[in-house]
Ligand binder design. Structure first.
Ligand SMILES: Cc1cc2nc3c(=O)[nH]c(=O)nc-3n(C[C@H](O)[C@H](O)[C@H](O)COP(=O)(O)OP(=O)(O)OC[C@H]3O[C@@H](n4cnc5c(N)ncnc54)[C@H](O)[C@@H]3O)c2cc1C
Length: 462
C-alpha cells in the first residue's frame, strides 16, 4: 500500500453521523485535537443524508402535562435549540396535537423536524467553531494495531491512502467497521438466521394537501392508511412488501417524508447487497408514488421532490461490549453505576421478513412485546469493545440485543452516546493513559451532567 501522507491527532472519530459529530465536538470542546473520517460529503449520517430530518428520542411526551420534555440534554439540546432559534427546526411544544402531521401519534410529535440543509450547515459550523478537522469523501480502509491498541487507521481519499495516527479512536460508523477491522468481536442480525431489519430508501414529496390527508386519517383513525392498503392488496394494485404507509410532514406544510419502502434481506455491510437495494429502493418509491397519487387522500397533485441516494440502514453490526444490554435488562429497567446515556424511545425494530409487522410494538405474537415507554439505561461498558483499550463505539453499533438497539438507534440517544464517547476520550487522554476501560466512570458521569447531559436516573419516567 502506497501511503502518501501521515497525519496525527489526539482523537480520531470514524463516521460523521450524529453520534460521531457528538463524540468529536464534545472531545474538541475539552481541548483535544480531533478529526472525523466521513465517506460522504456531509456530516449527520443517516439523519442528514438519508432524508430523515426528524430527530427522535431527544424529547418525550409527558402524557399528563402534554409537554414534550427534554430527555437527552447536552449537545442534542444545544444543536436543536440553535436550529429552533433560527427558525430552522420546529419546536415540538408548538405543535397542535389534534392536527398533527408530524408523525400522527402524539409520541412521534416529540420528534424535532429540521431543515436538512440548515442541519448540515450547523454541523459544519459546530466543527469549525471547535476546530474539528473533517475528512470528507474519505473511507476508512484499515486499522493498524499494536498489542491491545489501535495505533492508526489507513483511510482512502482523493489523495490516495493516508495514515492517521491518534491516541484514542471512536467507531461511529453505525456498522462497527473499525471494531471489526481491529478484530473485536461483533454480532450481526438475528441469532437464529442472521437476518436484519429491512432497509428503506426515503422519498420526499411536495405539493401535498396536508389538510386532506390529516382529515382522512383523523376521521378513520388510520394514521398508516392500512385499510386502503389492504384493499389495494386485494385488488392486486399494492405489491410492495410494506403494509403500512409511514410519512412525516417536513418544515414546509406541503412537503412530506415518505418512509414506506421496505428492502428486505439486505446486508448494509455488503457492497453488492447495498448496490442492489438502492436501485430497488428507487423502483419501489416510483411505484409507491404512482399508487399514492391515484389512491391516497391529499396526494393527487403531489410531486416527487427527491428520492434519496443514501440507503437508510437500520441495523447491521453490534459490538460484543464489555457489557451487553439484554432485552431482559431493558424490560426490567435495570440501572447501572456507570450509566452514561439512555433511551426513552420505544422498541422500534421491524421484523426482517414481514415488513410492516413490528414485533416489539404490542404484537401478541411476541412475549416481549411492549407498548409502555420505559427508560433504558446504557452503561459505559456497553460502548467498550472487547480486546482493544483505546477504542470506543457509539451510536447504533453499541453492545446491545438487537431489540434493545431498536430503542437506542434513534438520533437523541445516538447523540447522547456520542457525547459520552467524546467526553470519555478527553478523560482517557488526560488521565487514563489512553485507555477507555481505565476512565473513572464517576468523573465521566459528573462531567456529562455538568455539561448539560441529563442524568437518566433523574428522568421523570419509570
Ligand atoms: C429509514 C430510517 C428512518 C429513520 N427514521 C428516524 C427518525 O424519524 N428519527 C430518528 O431519530 N431516527 C430515525 N432513524 C434512525 C437514525 O436515523 C439512525 O439510527 C441514527 O442517525 C444513527 O446514527 P449513527 O451516528 O449511529 O450512524 P449513521 O447515521 O449510520 O452514521 C454513520 C456515519 O459513518 C459514515 N461511515 C460509515 N462507514 C464508514 C467508513 N467505513 N468510512 C468512513 N465513513 C463511514 C457514514 O457515511 C455515516 O455518515 C431512522 C433510520 C432509518 C434507516
Amino acid at each position: 500500500m502506497n501511503i502518501v501522507r501521515e497525519d496525527s491527532y489526539d482523537f480520531v472519530v470514524c463516521g460523521g453521523g450524529m453520534s460521531g459529530f457528538a463524540a468529536a465536538v464534545s472531545a474538541a470542546k475539552k481541548g483535544l485535537s480531533v478529526a472525523i473520517i466521513e465517506c460522504t460529503g456531509t456530516l449527520g449520517g443517516t439523519a442528514a443524508s438519508a432524508g430523515i430530518d426528524h430527530l427522535l428520542g431527544g424529547r418525550k411526551l409527558n402524557e399528563e402535562t402534554k409537554e414534550h420534555v427534554r430527555v437527552v440534554g447536552g449537545l442534542f439540546d444545544e444543536l436543536t435549540d440553535h436550529l429552533i432559534g433560527r427558525g430552522e427546526a420546529i419546536e415540538p411544544n408548538s405543535i397542535d396535537l389534534t392536527f398533527n402531521p408530524f408523525g400522527w401519534y402524539p409520541r412521534m410529535a416529540s420528534g424535532i423536524v429540521v431543515d436538512e440543509t440548515a442541519l448540515k450547515i450547523a454541523l459544519d459550523e459546530f466543527c469549525e467553531k471547535y476546530g474539528v478537522r473533517v475528512y470528507f469523501f474519505t473511507v476508512l480502509a484499515e486499522a493498524e494495531l499494536s498489542g491491545n491498541a489501535v495505533t492508526s487507521v489507513i483511510v482512502c481519499s482523493k489523495d490516495g491512502f493516508v495514515r492517521i495516527r491518534a491516541r484514542v479512536f471512536a467507531d461511529c460508523t453505525g456498522d462497527a467497521d473499525l471494531c471489526k477491522m481491529a478484530g473485536c468481536p461483533v454480532f450481526k442480525g438475528r441469532d437464529s438466521d442472521g437476518l436484519m431489519t429491512p432497509c428503506s430508501l426515503e422519498m420526499h414529496v411536495e405539493n401535498v394537501d396536508a389538510k386532506e390527508l390529516v382529515s382522512y386519517q383523523n376521521a378513520h383513525q388510520s394514521p398508516k392508511l392500512v385499510e386502503i392498503i389492504d384493499r389495494l392488496r386485494e385488488e392486486g394494485i399494492w405489491t410492495l412488501s410494506s403494509r403500512i404507509f409511514v410519512t412525516v410532514r417536513m418544515m414546509k406544510e406541503d412537503v412530506f417524508m415518505v418512509n414506506t419502502s421496505r428492502l428486505v434481506m439486505v446486508d448494509g455491510t455488503d457492497e453488492e447487497s447495498v448496490s442492489r437495494a438502492i436501485a430497488e429502493g428507487r423502483k419501489q418509491n416510483l411505484e409507491l408514488f404512482r399508487i399514492m397519487k391515484a389512491h391516497f387522500p391529499g396526494f393527487q397533485n403531489a410531486r416527487i421532490r427527491r428520492i434519496y441516494d443514501y440507503l437508510g440502514v437500520r441495523e447491521t453490526r453490534r459490538i460484543d461490549g464489555r457489557y451487553f444490554i439484554t432485552i431482559g435488562d431493558a424490560l426490567s429497567g435495570k440501572q447501572y453505576d456507570d450509566c452514561v446515556a439512555a433511551t426513552t424511545y420505544n422498541f422500534d425494530l421491524p421484523d426482517p421478513v414481514i415488513s410492516g409487522y413490528d414485533p416489539m410494538m404490542g404484537d401478541t405474537r411476541n412475549p416481549n412485546a411492549v407498548r409502555r415507554h420505559i427508560v433504558i439505561q446504557v452503561p459505559y461498558r456497553a460502548l467498550l469493545p472487547k480486546g482493544i483499550d483505546n477504542l470506543i463505539a457509539a451510536g447504533r453499533c453499541v453492545g446491545a440485543d438487537r431489540d434493545v438497539m431498536g430503542a437506542l438507534r434513534v438520533i437523541g440517544p445516538c447523540m447522547m452516546m456520542g457525547q459520552a464517547a467524546g467526553t470519555a476520550a478527553a478523560l482517557a487522554v488526560r488521565n487514563a493513559q489512553d485507555s477507555f476501560p481505565a476512565v473513572s466512570t464517576e468523573e465521566l458521569r459528573k462531567t456529562l451532567w455538568e455539561d448539560g447531559v441529563l442524568d437518566p436516573a433523574k428522568l421523570p419516567f419509570d
